[in-house]
Design a binder for this molecule. Sequence first.
Ligand code: ADQ
Length: 501
Amino acid sequence: MTDVTRYLDGRTLILLSNREPYEHLAGSEGVHVRQPPGGLVSALDPTMRRMSGTWVAWGSGSADRETADEVGRLGVPPFEPRYTLRRVWLSEDDIEGYYLGFANTALWPLCHLLIQHFEFHREHWECYQQINARFAKAVYEESLRAKSTPQVWVQDYHFALVPAEIRRLAPDIFIHHFWHIPFPPPDMLRLLPTGVPAALLRGLLGNDLIEFHTDRYAHNFLNCVREFVPEAQVRGESLRVSVDGRQVVLGSFPISIDVESFERLALSEESDARASALRQRYARGGRALGVSVDRVDYTKGIPERLRALDRLWQESPELRERFTMIVVATPSRTELAPYKNLENEMLATVRDINTRYGTQDWEPIVLVHENVHAELLAAIYRAADLCLVSSLQDGMNLVAKEFVAARDDEQGVLILSQFAGASRELPEALVVNPYDADQCAAALQVALTMPADEQHDRMRFMRGVVREFNVYRWAGRMLLDAAVLRQRGRFRAADTIAGHG
Ligand code: ADQ
């Protein structure tokens, strides 16, 4: 297995993300710790455990202050500390303006091309600028405490302005930034008021290296720089930008999961027993079982998925009582109206479908409306005959990779949206357009009748990709490219930066 630590060359890694990897919550039985759901934390915690260093993030848990020291620092994982977590405190107003406001009501919908949910409020933008400066200061403070030369790794769209601010505080520090969601074309950024796109892009150009899941997002970024940052010189063929006498390099690094741990979970006796119990309960008598897993987010195409299922049972009545769908859907950002509306719509549609097609003996859709622990998730993937990912836009989508990782039996069919970054790497999935309910229903039909040897051939290819490019390799490739950039001062993109997707 790749030893990612060697690419750091003894440096201290300081990672910044909005979401913290461990959150302490006060409950009726005292304080407990949990790992918040979402792709970013599940990808980066295993990487940080190997690299030690410091993770800076918003302290969002109700018992976070009492479990950290006066600066907000503590060792994590809590029962077996491997690295430091530095929590940054945000007020209700900060969360409203920076997180729920500009990050999630302006940038998130724009980056996912879903402009019907886009809103701009000047006070949210101002708050985003202030909070980005606060996080940059916290990272800078941690860099001063570091035992060796620091390297900063920023995560995601919450912190577009942070790199330029850190560069102002510490001009020589090496900064790179992974952008976990799609990067939009210029027409999307143009919906922001004059000056805002340029400010966001100049913030990001404070990095030495900017990392995307796919080349398409990198090229969108370059097109935005061409359009909004006149002083920058874009070199599209080598994915580079020259600005302020510096070179900024771009690359594509498709994220993955900790495949070995996920396989271990999926192959455990406990998981086997759980998978059998699930089949016994929902797929007895030769019934087929499908699964989907997501946060309840309008980018994930949940209503579109339900429409396809409805179409399937409508047009293929023989599949009623023959196919059950488990929909695992964690509530997410419920403070925002579009998310609350989506949740209500989802609940009503599931009720409606279950009323129309359900029988005394069969519930068509089993809705699991909560966060599910990883062991159960792995068992659900193993119990299923198919997994349906119907994102309208998705940077990568880790659920697709988890399903594949869980299937050492090389059975099961993945139906995957063409708009998820993962479809670039997993063309052996049944790739669909989630807006096309007929096509999705047809893909469900194909999946339900696919012979075992075709399932095996497709799954074997996908498992090859997922196992080879695991999350350590993902992190390792970025840290290696960062090391090359640092050491040579000059970077040959073709040598090391090449997406495999
Ligand atoms: P997300 O939008 O959160 O991530 P995704 O990549 O699918 O989407 O990751 C979700 C993670 O949360 C998976 O590990 C999944 O198992 C877990 N999860 C979801 N619902 C769950 C539930 N009900 N119970 C338990 N676990 C659940 C963002 C981008 C993605 C990108 C990732 C990583 O939107 O495109 O792949 O970051 O870069």
